[in-house]
Write a protein that binds this ligand. Structure first.
Ligand SMILES: Nc1ncnc2c1ncn2[C@@H]1O[C@H](COP(=O)(O)OP(=O)(O)O)[C@@H](O)[C@H]1O
Ligand SMILES: [Mg+2]
Length: 271
């Protein structure tokens, strides 16, 4: 679904010093994955999210989305791409104040090219458990509820890709866990999600953890999950150790063991 190759993004500090926010960075993401991006502050996580969401352009490198080169689209085409294919969730919610939950969620529909948008915003709010809060303004909602509104807004156009940059960073532990449960449920329902976090417990609930270090890929691993069912146990983390301390296998995973077969013809099917 996503293929970043050889991405470079450099910023110039006010002092004139140049910083490689991403350097020779490559990553593939397959449809249906839930990927946690971790790394120290300043390691390039937000830069990566902005590039994935076409909010920023790399100086070098290619970005293919479903096989299409999207890095070189013009500004209008990039905006259309974002509206149709990507939903964003940010740490600070970014809801319009003095505007109801329903109106906030309806906003992306103004730019949608859909024939009908009737009921979509309401259904998106129902999907995040806020059916009874649609007329509330952000100041009348808790932090966790505001983030749900933001998630409903991100989902209202039914994007294939959901990008979340530290979505639980401003929330208390209970709300954070609820929001995380929601992301896991959305992923189970088929949504591809890339989620930045500095919380090891959050990262532990993703199947795949990508760690950045000074703009480079430091590790890319599939988490060891003994019992995938345990992921749904609210409040429980499969393994309390930080992702980096856990045994991990490199991604992509080795091909699954071949099914034993007695048919000699199966030999011919080998690639
Ligand atoms: N707009 C900007 N101008 C200058 N430097 C920036 C800008 N955005 C990010 N950087 C620098 O790029 C590096 C990566 O930043 P960022 O992607 O925000 O990291 P993270 O999200 O992992 O904390 C940091 O050194 C940061 O200071
Ligand atoms: Mg950041």
């Amino acid at each position: 679904m996503i293929e970043l190759t050889g991405i470079h993004r450099t910023y110039t500090r006010p002092t004139g010093e140049s910083v490689a926010a991403l350097a020779d960075f490559s990553l593939r993401i397959t449809r249906g994955e839930l990927v946690a991006i971790i790394g120290a502050s300043g390691s390039g996580k937000s830069t990566l999210m902005n590039i994935l969401g076409l909010l920023d352009r790399p100086e070098r490198g290619t970005y293919r989305f479903d096989g299409h080169d999207v890095a070189d689209l013009d500004v209008a085409a990039q905006a259309r791409f974002r509206n149709q294919h990507v939903g964003f969730v940010f740490q600070a919610f970014h809801l319009l104040p003095r505007t109801t939950a329903l109106e906030n969620v309806e906003l992306p529909l103004l730019y949608s090219e859909r024939a009908s948008t009737d009921g979509l915003a309401r259904r998106a709010l129902e999907a995040v458990g806020l059916a009874d809060r649609i007329e509330h303004t952000p100041s009348e909602l808790s932090g966790g509820q505001q983030q749900r509104v933001a998630i409903a807004r991100a989902l209202v156009n039914e994007p294939e890709l959901l990008l979340a940059d530290e979505p639980t960073g401003n929330l208390d532990a209970d709300s954070a866990r609820e929001i995380l449960d929601l992301f896991v449920a959305l992923n189970r329902a088929g949504r591809t999600i890339v989620l930045v976090t500095h919380d090891p417990a959050t990262a532990a609930r993703a199947q795949r953890v990508v760690r950045l270090e000074r703009g480079r890929l430091a590790s890319d691993s599939v988490a060891r999950v003994a019992d995938p069912g345990s992921l749904s146990a609210v409040g429980r983390v499969a393994d309390p150790a930080p992702a980096s301390a856990r045994p991990a296998r490199t991604n992509p995973p080795a091909s699954p063991p071949k099914r034993p077969t007695t048919e000699p013809a199966a030999e011919e099917e080998q690639r």
